[in-house]
Design a protein around this ligand. Sequence first.
Ligand SMILES: Cc1cc2nc3c(=O)[nH]c(=O)nc-3n(C[C@H](O)[C@H](O)[C@H](O)COP(=O)(O)OP(=O)(O)OC[C@H]3O[C@@H](n4cnc5c(N)ncnc54)[C@H](O)[C@@H]3O)c2cc1C
Length: 422
Amino acid sequence: MSEKNWAGNVTYRAGKLRRPRSLDELQEVVGRATTLSALGSRHSFNRIADTAGELVSLDRLERPIDIDSETMTVRVGGGVKYGVVGQYLQQQGYALANLASLPHISVAGAIATATHGSGDLNQNLSAGVRSMQLVQADGSLVEVAPGDEDFDGYAVALGALGVVTEVSLAIVPTFDVATSVFERLPWPVLLENFDDVTRSAYSVSLFTRWSADTVDQAWLKSRVGRRADINTVAQTTETFFGATPARTRLHPLPGVSAAACTEQQGIPGPWVDRLPHFRLDFTPSNGDELQSEFLVERRHAVEAFEALRALGDRIDPVLQISEIRTVAADTFWLSSAGDRESVALHFTWKPLQTEVEDLLVDLERALAPFDARPHWGKVFTAQANSIAPLYAHLPDFVSLADRVDPNQKFRTDFLRERVFGF
Ligand SMILES: Cc1cc2nc3c(=O)[nH]c(=O)nc-3n(C[C@H](O)[C@H](O)[C@H](O)COP(=O)(O)OP(=O)(O)OC[C@H]3O[C@@H](n4cnc5c(N)ncnc54)[C@H](O)[C@@H]3O)c2cc1C
């Protein structure tokens, strides 16, 4: 087996890739395996889904998408892509509160790593879970839901607690969004007005190279008709904190065609076609990039920006583009936004693994004073000993994993090295 992740920087070591077609078959595969890891849509940039044992994918396990308008939830298979769920919900008049930048990511895989979009009031995607069905290490099925004693452990589980087969997600009535893009937001203005900038729209993304005097682009995704967002929608022809409205649709990367990007220029449209940065019908088979991301507590945002700007000359040669987003706090034990309002500092790197990892040693050191938590699914160098102090509930997670997976079936090398520490 020589299967790779989307970015091509990880070749999975597993001897077998299992693709069960039924729940019974999946339970048998999991129950029988000695070491096993669930594989989602392969969009992580590190060995989090890798194992020397067996991999199991849910891509052949068909589950219906089932809307319950009484409880305002949608039940989906763990392997389905967010974009597919989103299109179905939109057809039926419903929406999810938020999405990540790429709609091609699987629901269970995204939840497992605390994948997030942006927005001062938007929590990560795990926060949308209303219940989850898992196949546990012994092959039995369990259903967990918010309010259960250990749910805050299950919500972001890094694949360590079982294979998620079905998820119920909270839904809301559909809404329209308009994306306005502004260019060249002066750094000094942003540092002075960061809170006002990020509260300007439902979801704000700032694209920067750190070393320049201005942030390249500010993407403001506003909910149409929502009072707080009306000003931003109207602002397509005015300046935004000194930034000027983009004349055409833009890709976050300078000079790259915007054909893959969702609609901009303040043109309203359904949430599902606006909240991701990239279109679902644009299918990236693999990516010529690596990604890293670090989440700091919001009150440290400006200091963290300054630390990164001081490293700007080192970052520049390997960087394609960075993105700054905000994420609302949640209560999940291993969530990168757990117990704190957060600012996410994202890096899309050139595909230069060694150079990126070398730089990350210094970059992570520069962000350490702000207790920066690495995105679990992206490239980072920190090991378990430096990660443990960042998560007060890690001991609870370890004892939960020991209880539900006593033979450490799901304990991959990545989990031992980065999380459990043994
Ligand atoms: C182009 C691109 C854009 C991205 N944009 C964002 C973004 O906007 N925001 C953000 O936060 N992240 C983003 N990411 C990162 C991505 O969301 C995460 O890495 C996510 O975990 C990938 O999900 P996946 O389905 O590909 O899972 P995989 O990478 O295959 O696996 C990730 C983890 O999920 C576990 N897992 C997968 N399926 C299951 C299952 N059924 N049951 C239990 N565990 C399971 C795996 O074991 C592993 O631990 C992006 C990645 C790419 C490539």
